[in-house]
Design a protein around this ligand. Structure first.
Ligand SMILES: *[C@@H]1O[C@H](CO)[C@@H](O)[C@H](O)[C@H]1NC(C)=O
Ligand SMILES: *[C@@H]1O[C@H](CO)[C@@H](O)[C@H](O)[C@H]1NC(C)=O
Ligand SMILES: *[C@@H]1O[C@H](CO)[C@@H](O)[C@H](O)[C@H]1NC(C)=O
Ligand SMILES: *[C@@H]1O[C@H](CO)[C@@H](O)[C@H](O)[C@H]1NC(C)=O
Ligand SMILES: *[C@@H]1O[C@H](CO)[C@@H](O)[C@H](O)[C@H]1NC(C)=O
Ligand SMILES: [Zn+2]
Length: 506
């Protein structure tokens, strides 16, 4: 070992020792069923009557029985009858949109662009609106057990708006990879104007002591990329060492490629920075091979892809390079548990259909609850190249959930993984720890900022919802990306005349 390395190792050792002897910030979660992680098999390891020791931001012990070491002054949390899991990881989200909650219940993707996106919002929102909406959205996610999210932040239309959403992410206490979106917005902002804004955010003092990090979002990788612009953005990515890059990748009739092939052609796919392709609805076989050979991931957003019709015809073929995301939580569930459950049953449906279409019957079940659990936790960590996340083992970051095993849906559980993935609701999440700190306890968000954030958010939401009520529905273009825009066949839930579509209640 070279001398500098030896000194570095000593410093690490000393800081570990001093952290260990500190009385504050240690929590022992004692006597519960722990869904831990076996690093050898990269699979789950269920420990009944187990304990988890948290010191500062880390898990420092996972015990099969009584803990062999309890730091002086540690908070003891009795987990008898409870299930302990890692926090969920959401690899695709637009956190700033919380204000629109419930007002877009039947929106479509094309309507969304013209009504709820950053093409419209900058004309009505100011920076404090962004702050309030982003913060409330993150509290909502924390309450639902989402401890890490990759936020595709499209609210970067001004210095103040960008700063507000980033600051809200830091203030939430959640682990947010906040991905600054480089995009031109007509009459609002250009990519050229965004460079200095991004640079300034990278120097934000609050970043040092926060689990939140800066990332980049970019949606113009192909088919006719502006290579000079991309080179500049990638140089910035390296200059500030962003934690991830993300892109909306649809392809098929939706166009706007952003495929692995597009990025590889520019020589930016096989790099040390993780790149997450959200949706990747029409990923090609070549694209799948590229993801495997470069170890990059997609983010399947099951509910979004059903709601908006991005669909996911081939996503089940690339689940070994896939994670789960929520997308626009203004229109549906905010939580990864729901996504994992929908995805599990959707995949089962597809694989069963293959068998039934050959007029045969399935003998076994094609996807397990364990696989859905891993997609919702560990796979998200791997997508973000954060091996210290999404799992319970000694040395991992302390992002943990405690589930109430006695709630009506869980009462009588035996398999803790099946209990969570197939029976629980987010209401059964009794406690949430992020980076070693309680965010939720006793079934309630306990973050200091929550009461004030809640109040401010409500008034902002009601004001902006009123504005949106007054906006006429947009006239949609007859053709989008070269394809006619048409009405799908409506379902009919009422006997007799009409289709019973009804109304929306805003
Ligand atoms: C944003 O608008 C609201 C409502 O008009 C106002 O109360 C608030 O002070 C504004 N914030 C900023 C930063 O301009
Ligand atoms: C932004 O606008 C510039 C100038 O028109 C263009 O060259 C560039 O490709 C655009 N970038 C994006 C991401 O739309
Ligand atoms: C860049 O960030 C990663 C974590 O995202 C870290 O592991 C790495 O050491 C950093 N590199 C530099 C040069 O700071
Ligand atoms: C990516 O780089 C690794 C080595 O750094 C190499 O083994 C692999 O073939 C590369 N993949 C592609 C698609 O270029
Ligand atoms: C949503 O429903 C309302 C009627 O309640 C209708 O006017 C509107 O066109 C619908 N929007 C879409 C995108 O289908
Ligand atoms: Zn999205």
């Amino acid at each position: 070992m070279r001398l500098v390395n030896r000194i570095a190792a000593l410093v690490v050792l000393l800081s570990a020792v001093s952290a260990g002897s500190s009385d504050s910030n240690s929590i022992l979660i004692k006597g519960g069923t722990v869904v831990a992680f076996n690093q050898e098999t990269q699979g789950l390891r269920v420990i009944r009557g187990g304990s988890v020791l948290v010191e500062n931001d880390r898990i420092t012990g996972v015990f099969d029985g009584a803990p062999s070491r309890v730091p002086k002054g540690a908070e003891i949390f009795d987990a008898k009858g409870k299930i302990i899991t890692p926090g969920f990881i959401d690899t695709h989200r637009h956190g700033w949109q919380t204000v629109f909650k419930t007002i877009g219940s039947n929106t479509t993707l094309i309507e969304f662009f013209f009504r709820y996106s950053s093409l419209v919002a900058p004309f009505f929102w100011n920076a404090s609106d962004v702050y309030d909406s982003q913060l409330a959205g993150l509290y909502e996610a924390l309450n639902a057990g989402v401890t890490t999210s990759l936020d595709h932040a499209t609210h970067t239309w001004s210095k103040d708006a960008a700063d507000a959403g980033f600051q809200a992410s830091i203030d939430s206490g959640a682990r947010v990879l906040w991905a600054f979106s480089f995009a031109n917005i007509t009459d609002v902002v250009t990519v050229e104007q965004q460079y200095p804004i991004f640079r300034a955010l990278a120097k934000k003092p609050g970043l040092k002591n926060s689990p939140t990090t800066l990332a980049i979002a970019y949606d113009a990788w192909g088919p006719n990329p502006n290579v000079a612009e991309i080179d500049k953005i990638m140089a910035l990515a390296r200059e500030v060492n962003v934690s991830a890059i993300t892109t909306h990748s649809l392809q098929g009739p939706w166009g706007s490629d952003n495929s692995p092939e597009d990025i590889h052609a520019l020589n930016y796919l096989n790099i040390s920075i993780p790149i997450v392709f959200s949706h990747a609805s029409f990923l090609s076989a070549t694209g799948r091979d590229l993801l495997r050979s470069t170890n990059q991931y997609i983010s399947i957003t099951p509910e979004s892809e059903m709601h908006y019709g991005q669909t996911h015809p081939v996503s089940s073929l690339i689940q070994d390079q896939a994670s789960l995301g929520v997308d626009t939580h203004m229109t549906f569930s905010t939580d990864i548990l729901t996504q994992a459950r929908i995805w599990l049953q959707q995949t089962r449906y597809e694989r069963y259909l293959d068998v039934l279409e050959q007029t045969k019957l399935p003998k076994t079940n094609p996807m397990s609850a364990e696989q859905a659990f891993l997609l919702a936790t560990r796979s998200g960590a791997l997508a973000l190249r954060r091996p210290d996340l999404g799992a319970i083992f000694t040395g991992a970051k302390a992002d943990l959930l405690v589930w109430d095993g006695d709630s009506p849906p869980l009462l009588g559980w035996d398999d803790p993984v099946a209990a969570v993935i197939l029976h629980a609701s987010v209401g059964d999440i009794e406690a949430v720890i992020v980076d070693g700190k309680w965010a939720k306890k006793g079934g309630k968000l306990i973050s200091k900022g929550y009461p004030e954030a809640r109040k401010k958010f409500l008034s902002t939401a009601k004001r902006l919802q009123e504005v949106w009520r007054g906006l006429p529905l947009p006239e949609l273009p007859p053709v989008w990306n070269g394809h006619p825009v048409v009405d799908p066949e409506r379902v009919d839930v009422k006997r007799g005349e009409g289709d019973g579509y009804g109304s929306v209640y805003i």
